[in-house]
Write a protein that binds this ligand. Structure first.
Ligand SMILES: C[S@@+](CC[C@H](N)C(=O)[O-])C[C@H]1O[C@@H](n2cnc3c(N)ncnc32)[C@H](O)[C@@H]1O
Length: 297
């Protein structure tokens, strides 16, 4: 693992302890990032086991590869998990971990354009090979699309007003940098209120750029097909939209306006697992993490 990589894995003990049911099994880490969870999974497995890890960010894959014969690391979106398993001639797996959102590397690397705190080019692509960036979202989306993004992904009550402000601003000048976007909005009130507004604004654009909601929904359905009965899935999410989708699918089989029958999963813990006070002190970025674990029926 790259020691300079500063992503601190979240809820590692809680997720790995609950995930591993067969130390000789095949596991998937769908969001490799800095490799911390993959490393912990490998440490819990026996010699003959296998770990398939993937990340849609090529830089993460290239920088953080772990030297271990049991690890098979791919640059891929997790929605293509079936293709990867086919390549490796694998039909079913014992466990799947998915740790959603961004890594600290992505967030802190100004060139990647995720941050609302430093002035950077509006990018936010996790997969740099994609041609759709935050710049396209902000400058080219129709007002209906912007409204949808801010309402659905930012959960803003004033999504219409936000969309209009962007359309008005971009009619004068292209919005290319995060500061251009931030300066459109004058938020009355405290520093905390402004920070919350900006992080939701940027989050909603990031979700759109990376098609995160559709990817999660499709991946959950795929997971239910590739897990052995009693195999487990652990999902770590960082905002209520992802957590809600996961919870309803695990609890009630509801996803994409459909009810999946028979119920694909059984929840292992009734309550969502949150980071401990100590973990939040050591890693403030973990504070919004929510872990849900389910077992394939
Ligand atoms: C929170 S980080 C994962 C950190 C990792 N668990 C660790 O311990 O270092 C999330 C990672 O998921 C990746 N990612 C997000 N959506 C993805 C998708 N649809 N397919 C593949 N990777 C994805 C991001 O590129 C990012 O590197």
């Amino acid at each position: 693992m790259n020691k300079n990589y500063h992503h601190k894995s979240v809820l590692t003990k809680e997720s790995i302890e609950n995930l591993i049911t067969d130390k000789n099994g095949i596991y998937i880490d769908a969001t490799f990032g800095g490799g911390g969870h993959s490393y912990a999974i490998l440490n819990s497995l026996n010699k003959g086991a296998k770990l398939i890890s993937l990340d849609q960010d090529k830089e993460s894959v290239n920088m953080n590869c772990i030297k271990d014969k049991r690890l098979h690391l791919f640059h891929s979106n997790f929605i293509k998990i079936r293709n990867i398993l086919n390549k490796k001639n694998i039909k079913k797996v014992s466990g799947i971990l998915v740790d959603l959102g961004m890594s600290s590397y992505q967030l802190d690397n100004i060139e990647r354009g995720f941050s609302n705190q430093s002035n950077c080019i509006l990018d936010m692509r996790m997969n740099k090979e994609s041609t759709y960036s935050a710049k396209n979202v902000i400058n080219e989306s129709s007002k209906e699309k912007l409204f949808f993004i801010f309402k659905e992904y930012g959960e803003f009550k004033n999504a219409k007003k936000i969309s209009y402000k962007i359309i008005e601003a971009r009619s004068k000048n292209k919005i290319l940098f995060s500061s251009d976007l931030v300066n459109i909005f004058f938020i009355k009130g405290t520093f905390k209120k402004r920070k919350k507004f900006l992080s939701r604004l940027f989050q909603s654009i990031r979700i759109e750029v990376n098609d995160e909601i559709n990817a999660l929904k499709n991946f959950l359905v795929e997971s239910s097909k590739i897990l052995f009965p009693k195999g487990r899935i652990a999902v770590i999410s960082y905002h209520s939209i992802e957590d809600r989708i996961t919870k309803y699918f695990f609890k009630k089989g509801i996803l994409k306006e459909k009810i999946f029958k028979p119920l694909p999963f059984r929840m292992i813990h009734k309550k969502v697992i949150k980071p401990s006070f100590q973990e939040i002190i050591n890693n403030p970025r973990s504070r919004s993490a929510r872990l849900r674990i389910a077992e394939k029926i």
